[in-house]
Design a binder for this molecule. Structure first.
Ligand SMILES: C[S@@+](CC[C@H](N)C(=O)[O-])C[C@H]1O[C@@H](n2cnc3c(N)ncnc32)[C@H](O)[C@@H]1O
Length: 408
């Protein structure tokens, strides 16, 4: 969490430190809800101290990424199309010294002026260019000017869907698109009609909403990427408070884009009566469950492959340990990376609560189910995306045996 340096009376703005940046931001004391909690959406320029983890993590992902661009034929550029106070662009340049230039943008006039002030406050006038355009216009303009980025950070209010195309297009080969989505209820299937329309999918209520939400978002991004012969490789995806955040590396190539569509996208058919599920290759009508005869729901297309790249995340861990222990969220980042690297995200996710309810047994300890499955030779893990769920490659009958066998 950012530390407030000084508050004199109830000034409109205060100066704070976040990471290595000094920032003028709206005075949080002026925008308190009735429960005394700061409401960033009420401030004239958006700055949410609760998002420090999101920004810290983005800094360390960028720092790790720069190490893969060892040949410096082109400058290393980053784009921050929804800049607010300028915090991300400023931190990327200050805290990842190999970055040559950042391009910051916000459509709002007050935000635009504040970004310029904050750039000056940090003596970065030479390294940060500031724009006031719609985010899509900004990204396409820079593409036209032949600027291409190793990282584009899409951090809008609500859905990122309208900005995914421009974000992908603005990236350099092997660059990373980071996307924040705060429309979690829509993506996760609670508001399935809105989600189906917004992400061009078939959504419905389900018992693994965070996993589904992230996979619907990645599936959408993959389909948009494929239209331009680009393919995605997820590096990290997580859920925190009110948002999803995904980091994907974007590659170029028609064959690889086609291969991604054929192998990484799928539909998920699931039964909410007994908890059975399987991937299916096409959107079929809701059917009857082969296990219990209950009605099934079909969701997709969604991303069925891994959500995390363990090799890359291990490099991020090394980078954080070596250079970024000063971050206020350092311990949370290490924990998040540890959890992400042990989550076997390429395996199907089952909600044990649904299965236990169907079997009329108590919900067993998840670690005991993981033990039971691994002792039978299957892969299995817990996940931070659902605290009552198990990922496994076990057959349905083996999973059910373990749920029954270890019942507490
Ligand atoms: C969630 S805030 C960004 C917060 C900032 N990235 C941070 O980490 O503090 C979204 C910002 O996008 C700006 N914005 C909204 N719609 C936009 C658009 N179409 N193009 C560019 N900026 C936009 C808003 O003015 C707001 O400052």
């Amino acid at each position: 969490m950012a530390k407030v340096w000084h508050i004199s009376g109830l000034n409109d703005y205060v100066v704070i430190r976040e990471g290595k940046a000094t920032l003028k931001v709206p005075n949080p004391m002026k925008y308190l809800r009735q429960d005394n909690v700061y409401e960033p959406a009420w401030a004239p320029v958006f700055y949410n101290p609760q998002q420090t983890l999101n920004r810290d993590l983005s800094v360390v992902v960028l720092a790790t990424l720069t190490k893969t661009f060892t040949k410096r034929s082109e400058p290393l550029l980053v784009a921050d199309p929804f800049s607010g106070t300028g915090v991300r662009a400023i931190r990327y340049v200050l805290e990842v010294p190999s970055i040559d230039e950042a391009y910051a943008n916000d459509l709002d006039l007050e935000a635009y002026n504040l970004i310029k002030e904050n750039v000056k406050l940090n003596n970065l006038g030479e390294k940060i260019r500031v724009f006031r355009l719609d985010a899509n216009a900004f990204l396409y303009l820079l593409k036209t000017l032949r600027k291409s980025f190793i990282l584009v950070d899409i951090d809008p209010y609500g859905t990122p869907a309208p900005y995914v195309d421009a974000g992908i297009w603005a990236l350099r080969r092997g660059g990373v698109l980071c996307v924040t989505a705060t429309d979690t209820a829509t993506l996760g299937g609670f508001k399935f009609e809105a989600g189906s329309k917004r992400y061009d999918v078939k959504l419905s209520r389900n018992d693994i909403p965070n996993d589904v939400g992230i996979r619907i978002l990645l599936g959408f991004m993959a389909r948009r990427a494929a239209t331009r012969d680009r393919y995605l490789e997820p590096l990290l995806a997580y859920h925190e408070a009110h948002y999803y955040r995904v980091f994907v590396r974007v590659g170029k190539g028609a064959d690889k884009a086609l291969n991604m569509v054929e192998t990484q996208l799928s539909y998920l058919e699931l039964c909410l009566t007994c908890g059975y599920r399987d991937y299916v290759q096409s959107l079929k009508k809701e059917d009857r469950c082969p296990v219990c005869g209950g009605k099934t729901a079909v969701i997709g297309p969604l991303w069925r492959g891994s959500l995390n790249n363990v090799e890359f995340l291990n490099e991020v861990k090394n980078t954080v340990g070596a250079e970024y222990q000063y971050l206020s969220t350092y311990k949370r980042i290490v924990k998040l990376l540890d959890v992400a690297t042990s989550d076997l995200t390429h395996l199907k996710l089952y909600n044990v609560q649904t299965i236990a309810r169907f079997l009329k047994v108590n919900i067993p300890q998840l670690s005991k189910i993981v033990e039971c499955l691994t002792s039978k030779g299957f892969k299995a893990s817990k996940t931070s995306l659902c605290y009552t769920c198990i990922r496994t490659d076990a057959d349905w009958s083996d999973l059910v045996d373990c749920v029954k066998g270890v019942e507490t």
